[in-house]
Write a protein that binds this ligand. Sequence first.
Ligand code: ADP
Ligand code: ZN
Ligand code: ZN
Length: 727
Amino acid sequence: MRHQALVRVAVDRPLDQLFDYACPVGPLPEPGQRVRVTFGRSEQTAVVMETGQPPAVDRARIRPLERILDPGPILSGPILELLRFASRYYHHPIGETVLNALPPALRKGAPLPSPAAAEPQWRLRPAQAHPRLGPRQRAIVQGLETSGTALALHALADLTGLALRRAELKRLADLRVVEAVAHEPAAPPSASPPVALTPDQRQAVTAIEAELGTPAALLLDGVTGSGKTEVYLEAAATAIARGLQVLVLVPEIALTPQLVRRVSQRFPGQVAALHSGLPAGERLRVWDAARRGARALLLGTRSALFTPLPALGLLIVDEEHDPAYKQQDGLRYHARDLAIMRGHIESVPVVLGSATPTLESLAKARDGHYRHLPLGTRPDGSLPPPVRCVDTRVHRTDEGLTTPLLDAMRTTLAGGRQCFVLLNRRGFARVLACEHCGWVADCPHCDARLTVHAAAHRSICHLCGFTQPLAEHCPECGQLLSRQGLGTQRLERALSRHFAGVPLVRLDRDSIRRRGELERCLEAIRQMDAGIVVGTQMLAKGHDFPRVGLVGVIDVDQGLFSVDLRAAEQTLQLVQQAAGRAGRSGDPGIVLVQTGHPEHPLMQALQRGDYASMVAPLLAERRAAGMPPFGFLALVRVDGPSAESSARQAEEIARQLRRHARGVRVLGPAPAPRHRVNRRYREQILLASPTRKALHQTLAVARDGWQQHPPPRNLRVSIDVDPATLA
Ligand code: ADP
Ligand code: ZN
Ligand code: ZN
């Protein structure tokens, strides 16, 4: 008897397994193709992973496929390989990993958009006397003129930086200024480079171009404004001219409209930008155009990494230090690390760019794993501003502000320049500190600060679990202790009192919640002369503001002395990035950092301004402690509806981990810094290992254990490999 052919598929369930189904007569679906299957009692979208394999279970129990969804594979071989790797490396179920790589609409089973029914492209009609046009209409015409090609609505929006509606284009069509064309035009050659590269830039571009076709990793290391983006664009132009596709990852596309514009202007009609704000249908079309090879350059955030690109030739990770590259739930992947893996799989060079590279990337550049491409000075010769400390033990703060900072702000404003006031809220953990003598509560057993748990009235160490009652008075000087914590809104209020009548813009998650508000904020900042901008780390992102004369950093100690693994590193990066906002036009301006520890080596290094020497002591510390990049970490998190059950389960898992620990240190369990979230109680166990291999073996064996004897249903156990934070 002839057997029906089988396919092995991934389904969107938290299971480590793939499942066999029997195919209907007709052509066999291939790996990467979507199908519909009956799973349990419901119908599911699944992705074919293997074909032609012998059955894993009794043939009689194998059900038939319901339907084949795609005419061919929509996930390529290299992407499937990348996803298999990710599933193994992050110890995450294969089905969820694979399905998550698809745009949401495809995950739900929607059909691929048909390329024939692509949205219209707009182009200018042959020159004739234009009717009188409004400013937006003129911007549209200008955008189409510079691009020299027909553009889809979203591409035109990226190019002009305007949130365009189809009705506006229809209106221009009625006026016979533009017309719609149905077909995707052949891509025009990229526009010529707008600047002559500096020798450093030229060298970097040449080095990247020389690696096209190989899986090299390169670290492009240069201060903000040193011309990294120009290097990306130039290397991308070469790749595109050779018929290759380029993938550019950015930390947060919504925060960098200027970059989207710059790339769109350089490669008009060839850019697919995956904004998070795109409507689902639009997003799918952009994704699919890149997948079909109809766009030469794909620009997107971390999840764009999983987009199949048939002619991928170059991968760029901009601002590689940005924590946004690490996904914090589900598949907890790091897009930079997986980008390196994708480069290996597809034999494509990967360029990591940053003014403040992570310790991981610096270490890899030093030991020769990554090629180091330093960019020296800024092309315009401007210097980054000097960094000075304001000692908060000498100058008392009032609502976070010291007199020297306020004075410097007055001078800057009087000189017609802008002041940026940055409140570092990175890390929520509150530290018990004495504003008078600078004392901070430490754990007696760990090189870590204790964090305040106000509700429980205790200080807790999140590494080892040590706990003690909250102190009220400083053990050194007897003054009343303070818990740090000041929000941007309160700061905004205080500043508006000090500077009545001065334009003030606040930039944080809350102030840009609604669509278009970020653009309005950025525009307001660009429009104003003397004025104040107050905000979170968002201020330090890649915006280019020419009139910043002063950057004030309100509270750097909270980050510098936080319990968290990367807090000090990230605080240095933040201050450096913020400093990069000042001094773009001639006068370098100044950065004032308020701290209770101006004599601390990190603060001293900050004032010297050289990032490499700043992070040297951090690297030495990490090496001594066996922490990344010299050791390897994983966090096992347990959460459940009661503190007791979570703690009990965590104890049990820690016991299993210890039983299988081959040279791996198992620390904890300890309550997570945010112990209670959504009425669930969270415990965590930290694994530290001198080798990756031992870490993965320990995790794999222990995980098998708790999969065979699963914890009660109301408890969740998750694994975070290479955690970004221990919080
Ligand atoms: P980064 O990405 O390192 O912050 P950019 O590439 O954005 O730097 O460059 C900073 C500024 O300098 C931009 O305005 C850019 O147009 C300009 N620039 C870059 N390279 C050159 C060059 N070779 N000559 C003149 N200006 C340049
Ligand atoms: Zn004190
Ligand atoms: Zn401790």
